[in-house]
Design a protein around this ligand. Structure first.
Ligand SMILES: C[S@@+](CC[C@H](N)C(=O)[O-])C[C@H]1O[C@@H](n2cnc3c(N)ncnc32)[C@H](O)[C@@H]1O
Length: 330
């Protein structure tokens, strides 16, 4: 008799975020808010409300990266599927996997699709995406990883066939240049000679276009930015008043990156109960919440080369706003 495969058999979700992970937020808060120049890493934006706000950012007319990356995927996914022959897609920061579906469909159309491995810190999203995708693709197995892609890549399962590791949405730009190269080296370890890295990177362009994208007229990005303070309040028993912070987004010409900050509107002291810590803000003092580096093709090639990777294809839109690159181990 043929073995019967149920939907449950085709979905595995493993959670590597344990008790230690509130500690990860606690460590980042302790470290980042006691520095002379205050800073928090952007991964803490994404509780359920933050993830919804990010989806709404993607719908704003000023936010060009998502729709441009999607358009490139619509146009070139069949080519990516054919060039790579991949049966497996590993995706970092998969979120709601809206764009990923385009590539998965192209792999299915090419007859190669077997497994999808989404990795995200938000458990609900990994589970929902896993369940939806096995319904959409008969025969697809999903191995979801709820974890931090900076700390849990060792839990990515052994490859089942030729693999694409995808890191979309320009999220690589959130790393500072040194840690970006270090992270690319970690990613390169997931690749065998027949595998490819598919990387989405935002490109250097008119700063006015970039600044508008991170400061939409509807104020969605401002709400997303302040959400990190709500996350700290909820998880570390803090008493930030998010509305007392102004959203700031500006392009740093020298470093070629966009910065988001939260500026204290007045002098204040914030108590962080879980850490027994009081943090003082001077009037107009700023807290950096994100950098988003913009790339030139040359910078991208150099960063990839420093990680032992070679650019195979650079796919861009006609206005050269955004790039998807395919690279492989040298
Ligand atoms: C900017 S969104 C991009 C989502 C989607 N890939 C896209 O291109 O639209 C970043 C996603 O990465 C996730 N994320 C951010 N930092 C992470 C980390 N260190 N480990 C795992 N997931 C992370 C967030 O939860 C969020 O879903």
């Amino acid at each position: 008799m043929e073995p019967v495969t149920t939907l449950e058999d085709r979905v595995v979700v493993r959670n590597y975020l344990g008790a230690g992970d509130e500690r990860a937020l606690a460590d980042d808060v302790l470290d980042g808010l006691t520095r002379p120049f205050k800073e928090l890493p952007p991964k803490h934006f994404y509780d359920a409300a933050g993830a919804d706000l990010f989806d709404r950012i993607c719908e704003q007319p000023e936010y060009y990266p998502t729709r441009t990356e999607r358009a490139i995927l619509v146009e070139r996914s069949a080519e990516i599927a054919a060039l790579t022959g991949a049966s497996e897609l590993v995706e970092l920061g998969s979120g709601t996997a809206v764009k990923t579906r385009i590539l998965l469909q192209a792999m299915a159309d090419a007859g190669t699709l077997e497994r999808y491995v989404p990795i995200d810190v938000t458990e609900g999203m990994v589970r929902d995406v896993a369940e939806q995708l096995v319904e959409e693709h008969p025969g697809l197995a999903v191995h979801g990883i709820v974890g931090d892609f900076e700390r849990h890549l060792q839990h990515v399962p052994e490859p089942d066939g030729p693999r694409i590791v995808a890191f979309l949405g320009g999220t690589l730009g959130n790393f500072t240049p040194g840690s970006r190269r270090r992270f690319l080296r970690q990613l390169a370890k997931l690749l065998r000679p027949q595998d490819f890295l598919l990387l989405g990177t935002d490109l250097v362009k008119d700063p006015a276009i970039i600044e508008a994208a991170y400061d939409d007229a509807a104020g969605v990005t401002a709400a997303f930015n302040r959400n990190v303070l709500k996350v700290v309040n909820a998880e570390l028993d803090a008493d930030f008043d998010p509305e007392a912070f102004e959203h700031v987004a500006f392009y740093d010409h020298e470093r070629e990156w966009l910065e988001m900050r939260l500026r204290a509107s007045r002098k204040m002291s914030v108590h962080i109960g879980a850490l027994g810590l009081d943090i003082d803000f001077a009037p107009r003092e700023e807290l950096r919440t994100e950098i988003s580096a913009k790339f030139t093709p040359e910078r991208l090639r150099d960063d990839l080369a420093a990680a032992g990777l070679e650019l195979a294809e650079l796919l861009t839109d006609t206005d050269r706003m955004f790039a998807l690159s395919l690279s492989r181990p040298r």
